[in-house]
Design a protein around this ligand. Structure first.
Ligand code: ZN
Ligand code: ZN
Length: 241
């Protein structure tokens, strides 16, 4: 848990035998208009909320939660978090928003085997991931979040509704599970995934000027070298068919 810059905080995922996604808090504190990006694994709501408070953030200032996508390791503790901050809106890409609103949790679990494992391990009831989404994003929006500009990029492939958030002023990219540090990328075999789209999304991200790479898992990169995402895309493109 740390402040990466004046207006971006990082809360590291606390992986169990299933990963727990990182959470980012973005927005200038003085605006009292802060955004959480992603939530995390089932059971990690208290850890995430306590970490937020330890950063000196008043949870009443959190006005929205934006999901990079709705996999179990990102959305699992969303209800735990929203029960403490019920005023926070939920924003995510339209494709996965419509699934959540209709109670279609195939993207959440990704595959049947994983659903069976999670529901027995955590005792999760059916319909646990039905949510009302306040704003359905398409990609292409420029959001004003707590005094910062964040561009929404629809970057499908890891999941159908994966989005990235890019802040040009700090050259910061919140990439979800599309691209990680160490030339790694997210898996592309789950429900709604598409290797070819994943490749195209990587090459799109490669066009951005990124200094700060903030992925959903593993280490963050605070001094990304030019061409890093392009090189990652090239290393993977023959597998992304
Ligand atoms: Zn994912
Ligand atoms: Zn993930």
């Amino acid at each position: 848990m740390k402040r990466i810059s004046e207006d971006i905080c990082f809360i590291q995922g606390q992986d169990e035998f299933i990963p727990d996604s990182h959470v980012y808090v973005v927005g200038r504190p003085a605006t009292h208009d802060l955004t959480l990006v992603d939530a995390g694994l089932v059971g990690k709501g208290n850890y995430k909320l306590n970490s937020i408070k330890k950063l000196g953030i008043d949870t009443r200032d959190i006005t929205r939660i934006i999901m990079t996508h709705t996999h179990f390791d990102h959305i699992g503790c969303l209800k735990e978090i929203t029960s403490e901050i019920p005023h926070a809106e939920l924003w995510l890409h339209r494709v996965e928003a419509e699934e959540l609103e209709s109670g279609d949790d195939r993207t959440v679990y990704g595959m049947e085997m994983f659903r069976a494992m999670c529901t027995s391990q955590y005792g999760i009831p059916r319909d646990a991931f039905r949510f009302t989404v306040n704003r359905k994003l398409e990609g292409g929006e420029v959001l004003s979040l707590g005094g910062m500009e964040w561009q929404v990029l629809h970057i499908p492939g890891h999941s159908a509704g994966s989005i990235g958030l890019y802040n040009p002023a700090e050259k910061a990219l919140i990439a979800g599970d599309v691209v990680y540090a160490d030339y790694a990328i997210g898996r592309f075999d789950l429900h709604g995934a598409d290797g070819r789209m994943h490749r195209d999304s990587l090459f799109r991200l490669a066009e951005l000027d990124v200094k700060l790479l903030l992925p959903g898992h593993n280490r963050i990169m605070t001094d990304v070298q030019p061409g890093y995402i392009a090189e990652t895309a090239r290393q993977w493109e023959n597998y992304l068919i």
